[in-house]
Ligand binder design. Structure first.
Ligand SMILES: Nc1ncnc2c1ncn2[C@@H]1O[C@H](COP(=O)(O)OP(=O)(O)OP(=O)(O)O)[C@@H](O)[C@H]1O
Ligand SMILES: [Mg+2]
Length: 234
């Protein structure tokens, strides 16, 4: 960023915009978004369907590129980065959590969690030890041999959070992580994310419709029609 760059920030976005081309039609998904996030924060972004929440998370995670603006994440300029650099950036820096968990149905919880470690070349023995320790952190030590079909929705989301944490990313992007859960399970996932944030310092950026998340955020924003504003929760 040409001016005002502050290396204490994990994320610095200025004037960020995203326009999708759908046939002849231009869909403006994000307009002039300014956002700075420090390590250790618990950021919540709420907004109606179609307001641009997923689009914003995709830009911050290097899944998609902005149409305009400036974006520096973990000190890396994501506008200038090559495709290969973006792939490396995603793998090394970001954990992703999705609404529908995205676990592999044929693998048990432990194997789902350690897959990224094995893919990176860690030994089976070290991967299992680390996976077991992370499953303990999310309260699922007793379910590690269960496949996703043998777990409740809330338990599956705990596995997905463990998988997102296993490579020790700089932050976790969670897109509607409670959207598929009943309110009791949703509240327990919120409590888990707060616990991981406070106890282990895991940085979360969560896009959601769940207003309960506003109560636990260290910083919260509202997205409406692609425009980001600070949320007033008082
Ligand atoms: N690949 C795409 N091509 C064209 N338009 C898109 C594409 N992806 C998203 N959009 C449009 O961009 C806008 C923002 O979409 P986005 O998915 O970011 O919203 P959202 O806030 O995550 O919504 P929801 O709460 O329903 O998940 C919407 O108008 C959507 O139709
Ligand atoms: Mg979305």
């Amino acid at each position: 960023m040409p001016s005002g760059t502050d290396s204490r920030y994990l994320i610095e976005a200025a004037g960020l915009g995203k326009v999708y081309q759908r046939g002849n039609e231009e869909v403006i998904a994000l307009r002039n978004v300014n956002l700075s996030i420090m390590p250790g924060e618990f950021t919540v972004i709420i907004g109606p369907s179609g307001s641009g929440k997923s689009t914003l998370l995709h830009l911050l995670g290097g899944i998609d590129r902005p149409t305009n603006g400036e974006l520096r994440v973990t000190g890396i300029d994501l506008i200038a980065a090559s495709e290969a650099a973006l792939t490396r950036f995603r793998r090394d820096n970001i954990g992703f959590v999705f609404q529908f968990y995205n676990l592999l149905p044929s693998l048990n919880a432990l194997d789902n969690v350690i897959l990224p470690l094995l893919a990176k070349g860690m030994s089976w023995k070290d991967s299992r030890a680390r996976g077991t320790a992370i499953l303990e952190q999310v309260g699922l030590h007793h379910r590690q041999m269960h496949t996703p079909g043998q777990l409740s929705g809330g338990e599956q989301q705990r596995v997905a959070i463990a998988r997102a944490m296993v490579l020790e990313p700089c932050f976790i992007l969670a897109d509607e992580p409670t959207g598929d859960l009943d309110s009791i399970s949703a509240n327990s996932i919120i409590a888990l994310m707060v616990d991981l944030n406070q106890r282990l310092g895991v940085t979360f950026i969560v896009a959601t419709h769940n207003l309960n998340l506003l109560q636990v955020a260290s910083r919260s924003y509202v997205l409406v029609d692609g425009l980001l504003n600070t949320a007033h929760t008082g």
